[in-house]
Design a protein around this ligand. Structure first.
Ligand code: PLP
Length: 467
């Protein structure tokens, strides 16, 4: 039966490569095992010295702390986790023939459709294992932040699957922009508050100096971490940035590798939008060993010009949150107190970038491009009109990058194979699409002065004390 399905899939006019749920990967791929340099160690926020993993125990589950540090190449996915992932995985790899035709490009464009999960994005790929490990360790409640709302929904779903409570601090701007995300969190049993909130010291401090603050991921992380650290039975779960999140997301690229075989193709350019780096890492990391062996594959991060972490940030140690509660990690950053302008793609408003993605970029394995909102809305509209799916605003940055690559192929007449991660659908982003369609959307630029205001690594008293 499987043989026959495979045979049919090999046809040249194949649209979607769909795998059986028995083909869901059984292990995650850990890039740390193959990078030519080790990831610089996280530093304690209290001393600036390398972190003792035990320091993370009050806020993170034991298993994810182990996964944070491991150099093992393959990490087994527990059966209980695979059973829940199988609700929507494996996700299809789709050939974007309509988009190719519209662009009149000789390039072959594919997208890995992560919009098919219950909350509509790649985020539950890591929410499920994080909630599972916490349940196994006797945790009662998880706290988190959410930028676009997708992660908050995903953790709420994951907690409901494993009988845990869930508390979400949602960046105020998205709390107001995406009310249906709030409803989804609550439907799955989670509790949600706009951040900055009056519920934490971190939130109250921000509100005292700026009562109208739109919030940022950095502030929301501070609130979620503070809440977890105050209660013994509560842990914190992060939706991007950390090594274990990159690890869990590799199911995306591992499935895509099998699906490319079914198409009889292989990618030349792999693209993901980049907020904290997890969907890009998920799709691209499993292909890095091929790149390291000399195969000509380009890995491209597409970010927003309003929050240009990889394209204009510095590679240095910094905090992930505004209140300096989280460990210092070496990453590309715009400075932990940088509050990005109010762009619609809330999931791309993070001042930092995953340490693994940052190191890969620093080593020249990943390149970065930045686009502004209007050109990405335009790409999203073209994608919706040709492929039928309304993309998440974050994903539209990856679509834009794919369009740019495909148009370049039209110029050069190269028949490249381009794949991007459709990290989510935009059915809860329709308010922003409405603004775009009625011409109310303005571009938001981050002035150089705002980036220059970020302190250098040497200005941090903790790091100065170290040297
Ligand atoms: C749909 C979607 N895509 C992309 C992102 C960016 O996150 P990451 O870079 O970790 O994939 C988000 C973040 O919230 C998101 O919701």
């Amino acid at each position: 039966m499987l043989q026959r399905a495979r045979h049919i899939l090999h046809q040249r006019d194949l649209k979607r490569a769909v795998l059986d749920d028995r083909e869901l990967p059984t292990a995650w791929y850990n890039l740390a095992a193959d990078l030519p340099e080790p990831v610089p160690p996280p530093l304690s926020p209290a001393t600036g010295r390398p972190l003792d993993p035990e320091d993370l125990r009050p806020i993170l589950s034991r298993t994810v702390i182990e996964q944070e540090r491991t150099n093992r190449r393959w990490i087994e996915i527990p059966d209980e986790v695979r059973r829940v992932l199988a609700i929507w995985r494996p996700t299809p790899l789709v050939r974007a023939r309509g988009l190719e035709r519209a662009l009149r490009t000789p390039a072959r464009i594919y997208f890995k459709d992560e919009s098919q999960s219950p909350p509509g994005s790649h985020k539950p790929n890591t929410a499920i294992p994080q909630a599972y490990y916490c349940q196994q360790e006797g945790v009662r409640r998880l706290t988190t932040e959410t930028g676009a709302g997708q992660w908050g929904c995903s953790l709420s779903l994951a907690c409901s699957m494993f009988g845990l409570e869930c508390k979400v601090f949602m960046v105020r701007m998205t709390y107001e922009q995406r009310p249906y995300r709030r409803s989804m969190i609550r439907l799955w049993g989670g509790q949600v508050s706009p951040s900055p909130s009056e519920e934490t010291v971190a939130g109250r401090e921000v509100l005292a100096s700026d009562p109208d603050c739109p919030g940022s991921l950095g502030i929301a992380i501070s609130e979620a971490v503070e809440t977890a650290s105050r209660c013994d039975d509560t842990k914190y779960a992060m939706g991007s940035v950390l090594n274990h999140v990159m690890l869990h997301q590799t199911v995306i690229g591992l499935e895509a590798q099998v699906q490319f075989e079914l198409f009889g193709d292989r990618p030349d350019v792999i693209i993901g939008c980049a907020g904290g780096g997890s969907n890009l890492a998920g799709l691209a990391f499993p292909f890095v060993p091929e790149k390291l062996r000399g195969q000509d594959i380009r890995l491209v991060a597409a970010e927003s010009t309003a929050c240009p972490t990889l394209t204009r940030g510095q590679y240095r140690y910094d905090f992930s949150d505004t209140s300096r509660l989280t460990p210092l990690v070496k990453m590309y950053t715009l400075g932990h107190d940088f509050v990005p302008p109010r762009i619609q793609a809330g999931g791309l408003r993070f001042h930092g970038m995953a340490p693994l993605v940052s190191l890969a970029a620093h080593l020249g394995l990943i390149e970065a491009v930045a686009y502004d909102q209007p050109e990405c809305f335009q790409a999203a509209r073209m994608f919706a009109a040709t492929e039928g799916i309304v993309p998440a605003l974050e994903s539209s940055f990856a679509i834009r990058a794919a369009v740019v690559e495909a148009l370049r192929c039209r110029e050069t007449r190269e028949e490249k194979c381009i794949v991007f991660c459709l990290s989510g659908h935009g059915l809860c982003d329709l308010g922003s699409y409405e603004q775009y369609l009625s011409g109310e959307l303005r571009d938001v630029e981050t002035p150089q002065a705002a980036l220059d205001a970020a302190p250098a690594e040497g200005d941090c008293p903790l790091l100065a004390a170290r040297s």
